[in-house]
Design a protein around this ligand. Structure first.
Ligand code: HEM
Ligand code: HEM
Ligand SMILES: [Fe+2]
Length: 443
């Protein structure tokens, strides 16, 4: 390893991957409960395991981002991490906070508010962890003295993520006088993360991977990166209006949300074109095939999941019938997987072999992981889409009772579960590739 302190990235990746496995197990659990509702009924109920599933999702993605950021800034700055012990301490802090939250959920301690169910004290701990992390990243860049565009955009994303976590603290101090106000600010975290600042983190990491994998000119890359940042801000901030249609806010949000969020796919499309154009230029010559697959996979599935599956239900005329239905879950899965799971996996597929001095993950294991995850997630997405169409027509349009319609959707839920099993096997293959560490190319 050229830089010793990149080991902190490795530690973060190991923890992230472990939590990813647990997230998927929790997903299978509630996927089974959809098909066989008696499964562990009143032992660990759907609502509890669902909370665990999506909390693990957010935590592993964040820990993965942290590891990837440490790896990235060390490479870009060509210097060691400012304080490796601080990095390991905040990792341990995050894990303790996460475990405490999950044990709490099992005992019914939850604050409600999807994704942000953590009790106040744990939210405060998360705030401290994130601030320590952001400080460490910034100090490392300052120490190296090289503010490359990739690092600037990354820091914008990370600082933004910390900033937009703060509204999540508001309800604990009684800042929100009713549920409408509460939800209004809830979206500041939930929407402005995935359709704003996390997109910057993803853009920076995608650029970094393209630099490393294709060796194209930094200047060309930087121009693209800034165009994408521009579109993200232009569309994503007011695009928040697509969550403000039916929650008790003024009617102008119907217009603002519809128009601006309909422009959001262009930021993701930009990233897809950007990735393929750079790869084409370089002739895909890099020996690390798995990293190339996950990088291009991210570029494609982020656009499909966030862009296409998002725009589908973003206009109020359509959202009126699909709001909170299985269409939402279909989109939520493909977008989170395509954008934020994939970018993390791509960073691991690049960084682990690079740290171990090998050419890349074992190609067979890693590409098996890639295809099983892609096939499994596509199955899940399409099954939930089918379920959502049935739901929109029967329940929303024809006003049939909720449970009567749910009965009609059983087959789709069974197909989703099958996709989930395929996906889970893919994750295990990725874990195997990860711990093999990589191989040197023969000859
Ligand atoms: C990577 C980026 C994205 C991720 C991870 C993501 C994820 C999600 C998730 C998890 C939800 C469900 C939230 C909830 O109610 O609990 C959601 C809702 C929604 N998303 Fe996205 N999304 C992304 C990008 C987009 C984009 C670009 C668009 C529009 C073009 C979009 C349109 C929507 C809409 C309209 C809803 C509300 C659905 C409803 O009314 O039930 N999303 N998204
Ligand atoms: C074994 C695979 C998986 C299965 C069977 C599964 C199943 C489920 C189920 C049943 C729900 C609850 C939906 C509801 O409330 O009606 C859910 C929610 C969710 N899952 Fe998964 N999941 C899996 C993997 C994943 C992965 C890999 C991701 C992201 C990378 C993910 C992201 C989410 C999100 C964002 C939600 C909240 C969706 C929303 O509010 O619309 N899941 N999952
Ligand atoms: Fe949104």
């Amino acid at each position: 390893m050229k830089y010793k302190t990149q080991s902190v990235a490795y530690n973060h990746f190991v923890v992230a991957l472990l939590l990813f496995v647990l997230q998927v197990i929790a997903g299978l659990w509630i996927g089974i409960q959809y098909v066989f509702p008696d499964f562990f009924y009143q032992v660990i109920d759907f609502n509890v395991m669902r909370t665990i599933h999506i909390n693990l999702l957010i935590v592993w993605i964040l820990i993965g981002f942290m590891g990837a950021s440490y790896y990235l800034v060390v490479e870009e700055s060509e210097t060691e991490v400012w304080s490796p012990s601080l990095a390991n301490i905040h990792l341990i802090g995050f894990v303790i906070g996460g475990v405490a939250a999950i044990v709490g959920y099992l005992f019914g301690i939850t604050d409600g508010r999807e994704f942000l169910e953590q009790p106040f004290i744990i939210k405060l701990a998360i705030t401290v962890v994130v601030l320590a992390f952001v400080l460490n990243i910034i100090m490392t860049i300052v120490k190296g003295g090289k503010w490359t565009s990739v690092q600037i955009v990354l820091v914008m994303g990370l600082v933004g993520a910390a900033l937009f976590f703060l509204p999540a603290l508001g309800n604990h101090v009684g800042a929100y006088r009713n549920l409408s106000v509460d939800k209004y600010f809830w979206w500041w975290t939930v929407h402005l993360w995935v359709e704003g600042v996390w997109e910057l983190i993803m853009g920076a990491m995608l650029s970094f991977l393209l630099l490393k994998l294709t060796g194209v000119d930094r200047e060309v890359l930087e121009k693209w990166l800034y165009v994408i940042v521009g579109i993200t801000f232009f569309s994503g901030i007011l695009g928040i209006g697509h969550h403000y249609y039916w929650e008790g806010y003024p009617a102008y949000w119907l217009w603002i949300g519809g128009i601006f969020s309909a422009a959001e796919p262009f930021a993701f499309l930009g990233m897809t074109i950007y990735a393929f154009a750079m790869m084409e230029k370089a002739g895909r010559a890099h020996p690390n095939r798995a990293a190339i697959y996950f990088t291009l996979g991210c570029a494609i599935f982020a656009f499909l999941g966030a862009g296409v599956w998002g725009v589908m239900h973003t206009l109020p005329q359509i959202n009126r019938y699909t709001h909170g239905s299985q269409i939402t879950a279909s989109h939520g899965h493909l977008a989170f997987f395509g954008a934020y799971a994939m970018i993390n996996l791509a960073m691991m597929a690049y960084a682990i072999p690079a740290m171990k001095g090998t050419d890349g993950f074992n190609k067979r294991t890693a590409l098996t992981a890639f295809w099983l995850m892609v096939i499994g997630m596509s199955d899940m997405t399409l099954a939930l889409f089918g379920a959502g169409v049935v739901q929109a027509f029967m329940e929303r349009y024809n006003h049939m009772p909720f449970m009567v319609v749910q009965d009609q959707m059983w087959l789709f839920y069974a197909i989703r579960l099958a996709g989930g099993v395929i996906f889970a096997v893919g994750v295990l293959f990725f874990v195997k590739a990860f711990f093999q560490g990589g191989v040197k190319r023969a000859g």
